[in-house]
Design a protein around this ligand. Structure first.
Ligand code: PLP
Length: 400
């Protein structure tokens, strides 16, 4: 009896070969995840108790002490910053995002200051740019160095931020060692560092204190979900600042993660109150995490590669290269070399149905066909749309 919600709203369905992008709706959830969310929605539960259970599951999957379901990796960054600033101090929790009167500096390597750094400052943190990091800028061979962090460690520093990717990873152990030696929590943004699933544990093994993951990207969870995992005291502070705290101190039962003896009172709604994770997101994320951990990446990548090969053969005559998962470090992709990548991308997005390829490598004349959330029934229409677009916009391959 369910009618198509998008059709009734007049919103077009799109062919997504650009990946689990937030602006395209993130992951496409497996039926098992959808069913778990629907079942979760038809009950009342204590959200603190549910987050305790989530913490146990996330700890098992990541090797961290504790974990929390958030409304995305960006929300997890804001909560991580709030936890690093406030710790167990409920007066600081009440003050955020106004943190000027107490320590609130978060160190961030210059080349790690992504668009998502805003999520850290949203908690009230003052971001302090550090380092030369010529490797990060492409200007030289040296990465971030220990002395560059040590020089700026003052009592106003509450945390260090690190944006994980294939290029920055090599610096993580040294950064973690300095942070550990000086008692500074290290927050690693690993939102889009899955797959491979080994990365669920990797950043903790390399010394991170808090790590964020998106739930609505490769994990295949609800679009508005994410994970903050790491040190128990910091995760507990983040949880407190996210929970609904309109409670009577006399009857409040804190989550097990929170040791009430550390609190000098009962906090009010914190900075994270607007980022509430619902029971549906929490259960959906945990179901997706369980599937992600159990999946056989080699089998899944072989299936994706076979689909990409079929699409590539439908595009024969054009410059199409299959990049296997071993080369991309995540899922296999097709690279399509074109004269004007952004023009072709714009053309495809204007199609019926609209088609999206990844513009990640447009600057070097490549559109990337990323099959991460591509529905199998879209393979054929996608190949046909790209072929038509290439024929109309590109010089015939023989004339090159
Ligand atoms: C996607 C992304 C985020 C934000 O994740 P959400 O789950 O959408 O909030 C943060 N950092 C990086 C590096 C990302 O790629």
């Amino acid at each position: 009896m369910t009618s198509d919600p998008y059709e009734s709203l007049g919103v077009r369905r799109r062919i997504n070969a650009a990946g689990a992008l937030t602006r395209l709706g993130g992951a496409v959830m497996a039926p098992e995840v959808v069913a778990a969310m629907a079942a979760a929605s038809r009950a009342s539960v204590d959200i603190g108790e549910l987050q305790d259970a989530a913490s146990t599951r996330i700890a098992e999957a990541t090797g961290a002490e504790a974990g929390l379901v958030t409304t995305g990796a960006a929300a997890a960054l804001t909560l991580a910053a709030a936890a690093a600033i406030a710790r167990w101090d409920i007066a600081k929790m009440a003050a955020l995002p106004h943190a000027e009167s107490f320590p609130c500096d978060i160190l961030i390597p210059r080349t790690h200051r992504t668009g998502y750094a805003h999520a850290l400052s949203a908690a009230g943190a003052r971001l302090v740019d550090i380092g030369h990091n010529d490797r990060g800028t492409g200007a030289g061979v040296r990465g971030l160095e220990a002395w560059e962090i040590e020089t700026v460690l003052t009592p106003s520093v509450v945390a260090m931020a690190f944006s994980a990717n294939a290029a920055s990873l090599v610096d993580l152990p040294a950064v973690a060692a300095v942070c550990r030696a000086n008692g500074i929590p290290l927050i690693v943004d690993a939102a889009a560092q899955l797959p491979p699933k080994e990365n669920l544990r990797r950043f903790f093994a390399l010394g991170a204190d808090l790590v964020t993951f998106s739930g609505g990207k490769a994990l295949g969870g609800p679009q508005a979900s994410g994970i903050l995992a790491g040190r128990r005291d910091l995760v507990a502070s983040a949880l407190l600042q996210q929970l609904d705290m309109d409670v009577s101190p006399e009857t409040w039962v804190p989550p097990r993660l929170v040791d009430r003896a550390n609190l000098r009172g009962v906090p009010h709604h914190g900075i994270g109150r607007g980022f509430k994770a619902g029971k549906e997101e929490i259960v959906g994320l945990l179901t997706a995490l369980d599937r992600f951990v159990k999946a056989d990446d080699a089998v899944d990548n072989a299936v994706l590669e076979a689909r990409l090969k079929a699409i590539a053969s439908a595009l024969n005559g054009f410059k199409v290269t299959l990049m296997p998962a071993a080369q991309t470090g995540r899922v296999p992709v097709l690279e399509i070399a074109v004269a004007d990548a952004l023009a072709l991308s714009a053309h495809l997005q204007r199609g019926d149905p609209p088609v999206h390829l990844s513009e990640r490598h447009a600057a070097r004349g490549v559109l990337t066909l990323d099959p991460q959330v591509l529905l199998p029934e879209h393979d054929a229409p996608l190949a046909a749309a790209i072929r038509t677009a290439l024929q109309s916009s590109e010089p015939a391959p023989s004339s090159r």
